[in-house]
Design a protein around this ligand. Sequence first.
Ligand SMILES: [Zn+2]
Ligand SMILES: [Zn+2]
Ligand SMILES: [Zn+2]
Length: 265
Amino acid sequence: MLMGGDELEPLSGNCGFDALDWEMLANGGVRSLPIDLGLQDGLQIASDAYVSPVSSSQACTCDEDVSNIVRNLGRAEMSHDIIHMLRTGVSLTDRLLTCPICYDVSKPPRVTVQNVLLVGQLMLEITSGYQKYLHWLNKHCAELDARNESETVYLDPGIGIPSELSLQISGEKFRDLVMHGLETDAERLLALGKEFEQRQRNRHRVGHETCPDPEGRCRRKEHDPLDLCPQNPAARKLVPCFRIVDEVQGMIKEVADAVVNESHV
Ligand SMILES: [Zn+2]
Ligand SMILES: [Zn+2]
Ligand SMILES: [Zn+2]
């Protein structure tokens, strides 16, 4: 992979993305990130270019935990159980967003860039996991109805003992039930997307708090032309952090739309 590209160099002073990250984004963004172990190689190349982000005494396990979830999701056979794994992934995203070690804001952005990539990668895996599950659920429930079979749902008897109380319901009704249940998941994903957006916005506002000046210009005089002021409308498209945020929010919206529209038909 081409590592050079003089015209891309100024970005590394902006928010820590080097030419490799930029090239990856140019090739279609976070959706084109190599999945599973391939990602690790990509990040390895990226992080080799930096000073080690954290000393071994204060390392976190975010990176490793994301790899594990991605691997487990890749291996999992499709069943309702996948929801459990996806929710574990959502909790991990929550942790990535607030990790004081791999996202230590006192460090220069180039040191914390891996965390932003991890959030992007994890959200890609989670949202596509939900999409695959929804697809499977529709098929599964249609097949039940076609075979005139039903799904068993266990009710919590509410007295602290394992449930033996069950109901038999048709595929179609079962699907509705699950879709309503997933509305909570969709809300949580939407909230995480907003939190991610806010975090990167705050990060890039530093030094530009009072921009633009009355003439509509960035107040920070000495920076290279590609270090875009976040108040500049073009920043949305050109600053890699914002592009990842937008992609993540787009993927979340697709899941939320699928859940909400489907559960209110
Ligand atoms: Zn950034
Ligand atoms: Zn961390
Ligand atoms: Zn500015």
